[in-house]
Design a protein around this ligand. Structure first.
Ligand SMILES: C[S@@+](CC[C@H](N)C(=O)[O-])C[C@H]1O[C@@H](n2cnc3c(N)ncnc32)[C@H](O)[C@@H]1O
Length: 290
């Protein structure tokens, strides 16, 4: 890669992260954004990997396993934690293939009971999130204490440290409820779901990287919790949704345009953009409830 261009991008990236806390990159492929982070010397505490699930929206690709494994291999040395999302039967195929230094940590389930049955079979009511972690990955279960637990912990009277459950119960947003939170993205994750898992692994000021960020849920959670984030998605349309939702423009850097030409715009389902901004009261309420 061209050293001069990289230095210029690095300066702008660090500057924007410092100033805004969140950086939205121009549309690019997941591996391009990973390579960009690598070449600018940035490492993330958490990488959120929420690809299409190889079923339904986003289509089906025959090389799905290799596609995901290639991403894991590319990102494994610049992240301490990684969350990989998908349907259980799809994500299960990665459990014994995780590349070191990442290792399997926890099988998390997002259970949503509001999803109506659309097939003549078992009703899908959950998604899986594999939590992968390197040996240096820290967890912060104390962030989930109630007042009594916090007091006992401070008085060193706690015999064991309870953490949050590995089953997260929140409604499915898209198409069903959550109108206040909904953007036009067809697979938007719930703010509270991302909030819980990011709180467990990230401290204020630390960096989360989401190279398939869709509508920017990771960015909104990081904004609310005082964490930093670098977001990117291959779609121009979703990058625009992200900008609107977070009230931020994408990184405008001529050197970056020269280095990584924008990915072709993929045709996407068109839905009316609703109210993308999280209500500040809800955010505060959620923080208090966690
Ligand atoms: C399940 S959605 C992510 C939803 C997101 N977590 C949210 O809460 O809005 C998957 C995203 O991956 C993006 N994507 C798919 N293939 C990609 C690739 N090769 N590089 C970058 N982004 C990609 C899609 O455009 C889509 O927005």
């Amino acid at each position: 890669m061209n050293e001069v261009l990289i230095l210029e991008i690095k300066a702008q990236l660090y500057d924007n992260l410092e100033k805004n806390g969140i950086v939205i990159l121009p549309p690019m492929d997941v591996n391009d954004s990973i390579n960009l982070l690598k070449s600018t010397g940035l490492a993330a505490t958490v990488t959120m990997l929420d690809p299409w699930y190889n079923r339904g929206t986003g289509g089906v690709r025959d090389d799905y396993i290799d596609f995901i494994l290639n991403i894991l291999n590319n990102v494994k040395d610049i992240t301490t934690h990684l969350y990989l999302w998908g349907f259980p039967e799809i994500v299960a195929q990665f459990v014994d293939k995780i590349p070191a230094p990442l290792a399997f940590s926890t099988w998390l389930t997002w259970y949503y009971k509001n999803n109506p049955s659309v097939i003549r079979g078992w009703r899908s009511s959950q998604q899986t999130c594999l939590h992968l972690s390197t040996p240096s990955g820290k967890l912060y279960p104390e962030k989930f204490f109630n007042d009594t637990q916090r007091e006992r912990y401070q008085d060193k009277k706690m015999r064991f440290i309870p953490g949050p459950p590995s089953v997260i119960e929140e409604s499915l947003l898209v198409g069903f409820i959550g109108k206040k939170e909904q953007t036009a993205h067809p697979a938007q994750k719930h703010f509270k779901v991302y909030g819980k898992i990011l709180k467990m692994t990230t401290k204020r000021g630390e960096l989360t990287f989401d190279p398939m960020c869709g509508s920017g849920t990771t960015g909104e959670v990081c904004q609310a919790l005082g964490m930093k984030a670098i977001l990117s998605d291959m779609s121009e349309e979703y990058t625009q949704i992200c900008e609107k939702r977070l009230g931020l423009k994408r990184l405008d850097c001529p050197a970056l345009r020269q280095l990584i030409p924008t990915s072709p715009i993929t045709p996407l389902p068109t839905v009316q953009i609703v109210i993308p901004k999280q209500n500040a009261d809800d955010v505060i309420q959620m923080q208090l409830n966690w």
